[in-house]
Design a protein around this ligand. Structure first.
Ligand code: NDP
Length: 489
């Protein structure tokens, strides 16, 4: 039985620094349950002084604990134990379902195993990658040595709090760094529990710390702190630009930026079974209520199959029903809060003002109290410059555009701002390969939409969707700096 009573979940205290829970004197902020909008906790922003303490503790912990200098396989052992504890912990799953938009069954079936597996992947990386040796001359030796950076700042969004934290902390810790993580102030608690479990697994206290608070106060103090040597961020493109600029001004820190997207689903008339396609496209734009950077929110379909495909999609949309995230049978996620609801509303209004037609949905579900459950929405009659085609909505809204030939379809799939991912649906291999080459995106999925559980495949955007990669060995190597050494003997 996965259902639980939201009133009975015991919440960890706010910040977690040096293996201790601590309070702060910063400005208070309320934390609300997305499912019903009710306030369930009040926390304080970590002030710049609190952030300084967290970063200093992390810096000291690296010196005193031996974490960066221990045999890498020992780091791997700790991370594997951590992954096991994450999978076994009921409280962690409940905190995630209570505070985020993910229904409990989704958390238990997907979010928790994905989080644990990502950490296991980096446990494996810990002793698998080393430096390099270079041909020089008989009397000298050239080497490249990989070293941890020191303290890495990780800043994550609200849409997948646990897995985003694992994507940042897994590679950083495996590579011998310490981490100070700031989760979104909208979803603060599950990462604190995750950090408690890391200490139980044997991570030295102070090597992973959590600070709560707003981006403007806490996040900014973290990015600009002189002892932070690298910043790994996932969030919006607007914030990513700000962080890149702050990181450049304050120590020329390297940044990994995983940012927004507006990804196309390009469907050719030779893509196969329409039922399979409709189900795939539905999941691509409604999973987590459309609040996924990779959501496939632009359907671009060849004209001769558009009507039956869209008709079936509309039927499937009508079958999705809202339900609070602590009930086992709930499958459909609410929007995170009212502000996000207003954003979805305003983009749909702007789209309609420019000619868009609502085929299905277009409104908040009735009778869901103060929770913001948005009806899956299909918008047709959208030109390429329509706001619903151009802007990342971060809600379950799919635009529908039709094309006649490959060239026209590929032109519609291109986007001026974003290049995160794309789905190409065709059973013609040459056509799939041509589309894959032509599309300006960091990930192209062919005849599927969404990641697999293979963490060896990295992810990251082009254009305004980001810089660098999360996941894969690339993310591990990006948590190390390379030192060149030349020895004469
Ligand atoms: P935001 O960019 O608003 O916030 C992301 C994080 O950055 C939050 O923790 C936020 O704090 C913090 N932050 C805000 N301003 C600053 C600052 N000046 N300095 C340091 N930190 C700051 O994104 P959302 O939380 O609204 O998340 C949604 C966005 O994330 C979408 O655009 C989505 O596409 C993107 N995303 C990208 C993914 C990818 O892999 N490419 C994956 C998931 C989401 P706070 O909000 O607490 O104030």
């Amino acid at each position: 039985m996965l259902s639980f009573d939201p009133e009975k979940v015991s919440l960890p205290a706010g910040h977690y620094i040096g293996g201790q829970h601590c309070q702060s004197q910063g400005a208070a902020f309320e934390v609300k349950r997305p499912s019903d909008g009710s306030v369930y906790a009040t926390l304080q922003d970590a002030t710049p002084q609190d952030v300084d303490r967290a970063v200093t503790v992390a810096h000291q912990a690296l010196k005193t604990s031996g974490w960066s200098g221990c045999p890498p396989r020992e780091r791997g052992r700790v991370l594997r134990r951590w992954a096991d504890l994450i999978e076994q912990d009921t409280l962690l799953a409940q905190l995630e379902a209570l505070g985020s938009t993910r229904p409990i069954s989704d958390v238990v079936l997907h979010e928790i195993p994905f989080t644990a597996e990502a950490i296991r992947f980096y446990a494996e990386c810990a002793d698998k990658f080393s430096g390099d040796l270079f041909p020089t001359r008989d009397s000298s030796l050239g080497m490249l040595i990989a070293e941890p950076y020191g303290v890495i700042a990780a800043i994550t969004p609200w849409n997948f709090p646990l897995s985003m934290a694992s994507w940042k902390c897994g590679p950083a810790l495996a590579a011998g760094n310490a981490v100070v993580l700031k989760p979104s102030e909208l979803t603060p608690f599950s990462t604190v529990r995750m950090a408690e479990l890391a200490i139980q697994a044997g991570l030295p206290a102070g090597v992973l710390n959590i600070v709560q608070g707003s981006g403007a106060v806490t996040g900014s103090a973290l990015v600009t702190h002189p002892l932070v040597r690298k910043v790994s961020f996932t969030g919006s493109t607007v914030t990513g630009k700000r962080i890149m600029s702050d990181a450049a001004q304050h120590g020329m820190k390297p940044v990994t930026l995983e940012l927004g997207g507006k990804s196309p689903q390009l469907v050719f008339d030779d893509a196969g079974d329409l039922e399979v396609l409709a189900q795939r496209i539905l999941r691509g734009f409604t999973a987590n209520g459309g609040q996924a950077c990779v959501a496939g929110t632009r359907l671009i379909v060849q004209r001769n199959i558009a009507d039956p495909l869209v008709e079936r999609l509309a039927q499937l949309c009508r079958e999705l029903k809202p339900g609070v995230t602590w009930q086992e049978e709930s499958r459909y996620a609410p929007l995170i809060d009212e502000r996000q609801g207003n954003k979805v509303c305003s983009v749909i209004a702007a789209a309609k003002a420019q000619g868009a037609e609502v085929l299905v949905g277009g409104e908040r579900f009735a009778h869901t109290g103060d929770g913001w459950f948005w009806q899956p929405t299909l918008l047709s009659h959208v030109a390429q410059d329509n706001p619903a085609v151009q802007q990342e909505i971060f809600g379950p809204v799919l635009t529908v555009q039709t094309f006649d030939d490959e060239e026209q379809g590929l032109a519609m799939a291109a986007h001026d701002t974003y290049g995160l991912c794309a789905g190409v649906h065709t059973l013609s291999l040459p056509r799939a390969m041509r589309a894959m080459r032509a599309i300006d995106a960091g990930t192209v999925w062919i005849n599927r939409y969404g990641r697999s559980g293979d963490f060896i495949i990295p992810t990251g955007g082009f254009l305004g969707s980001g810089i660098g990669k999360d996941l894969g060995r690339q993310a591990f190597q990006a948590c190390q700096r390379q030192k060149s050494v030349l020895i004469d003997f």
